[in-house]
Design a protein around this ligand. Structure first.
Ligand code: GLU
Length: 331
């Protein structure tokens, strides 16, 4: 008899500023689902996006997660996180392996393209397809050479047009064509760090992640990550893409909606049970807004209900309104 493999999910915040109520909903749902289902939870600090990472933001982000009542597993009782910037060796090895097989090429792209490649591509960021005409003809040098400054250059993975299907636990089956949509993908940037898409594949694999739960603006990225994983002989996780929270302006809730940052809410005296209750209600787990503890959320967050609720919330997107803010503040 084989024992079923321990399921593992991850919390992967980018310490780029204050977490907001939309981030809180995704993290709470991920955590509660995992705790309900008995999955292990690992923490990863995604701090390779050097342009966006702010000093002190890591501590602020951990303080927010702890305030929400989230915990995680790992080495030591505290569950030491994997900090991406602490060791680039695994990413370098991956680039070398891709390059050795002629799958990548060095390229010079504009600064803004590089900046975009270092972040997870969220909804309204927009992107420019890498024009196939710029792709160098074979053969290329297949080693990454320090003396030629290769580690401080951009490298792209050749991605030919082809359908790539993503099977999502919450959203069903979606087919993308990354070669047409994005073209050759940046996997390494001239800032000397891997691009988000490469780093996330390496880290999900080395942290043993079996279930990725995150916002649905990264659904298209799942297709890209599947391609990269395949080239590296890695299997990809099951995907669970959760619907996002929008601001009253109809845009994905973001740091620009400053008054909804968790830190601002906490400092203005908002009780965490109201934040959790609002997140549970807006995902359809409660019939009306009511304070809820993290433990009570876990009791509700079975995978089956998460599937039903997330589907319903996707067809009826959540908008965070002034009335919601008033309710959080105890009105
Ligand atoms: N750190 C990424 C972000 O904040 C998460 C990416 C992921 O979950 O794959 O967008």
């Amino acid at each position: 008899m084989t024992t079923p493999r321990q399921r593992v999910t991850r919390l992967a915040p980018t310490p780029s500023g204050a977490l907001h109520i939309g981030n809180a909903r995704t993290f709470l749902a991920t955590w509660a689902l995992a705790r309900h289902e008995g999955w292990k939870i690992v923490l990863r600090i995604e701090d390779l996006d050097l342009g966006r990472v702010k000093p002190g933001a890591r501590e602020a982000c951990l303080a927010d997660l702890r305030w929400l009542g989230l915990d995680w597993d790992g080495r030591g009782s505290d569950g030491e996180p994997l900090v991406q910037s602490a060791d680039l060796a695994p990413y370098r090895a991956a680039l070398e392996s891709l390059a050795a097989r002629g799958l990548t090429f060095r390229c010079d792209a504009s600064r803004s393209e590089i900046r975009n490649a270092a972040s997870a591509p969220h909804a309204e960021d927009g992107e420019t397809r890498y024009p196939p005409a710029l792709r160098p003809p074979e053969p290329q040098r297949r080693t990454i050479d320090d003396r030629s400054g290769d580690w401080l250059a951009n490298h792209r993975l050749r991605v030919d047009p082809a359908a790539e299907t993503v099977s999502d636990e919450l959203l069903g089956t979606h087919t993308f064509d990354p070669g047409l949509e994005a073209g050759d993908l940046v996997v390494w940037t001239k800032l000397g760090v891997p691009a988000y898409q490469l780093a996330v594949v390496i880290d999900d694999a080395r942290q043993g992640v079996t279930d990725v739960v995150r916002g649905d603006d990264l659904l298209a990225s799942a297709a890209r990550q599947q391609i990269i994983a395949r080239h590296l002989g890695l299997s990809h996780a099951r995907w669970w893409h959760l619907p996002l929270v929008y601001g009253a302006d109809g845009k994905r809730l973001a740091k620009r909606h400053g008054s909804h940052s968790l830190a601002a809410l906490r400092e203005s005296g908002v009780e965490v049970e109201r934040v959790i209750g609002w997140c549970a209600w807006s995902l359809g787990f409660l019939p009306e807004r009511a304070p809820l503890s993290a433990r009570e959320l876990v009791a509700l967050a079975a995978a089956k209900s998460m599937r039903e609720k997330a589907r319903a919330a996707r067809s009826n997107p959540t908008v965070f309104t002034d009335a919601d803010l008033d309710w959080l503040q105890g009105a």
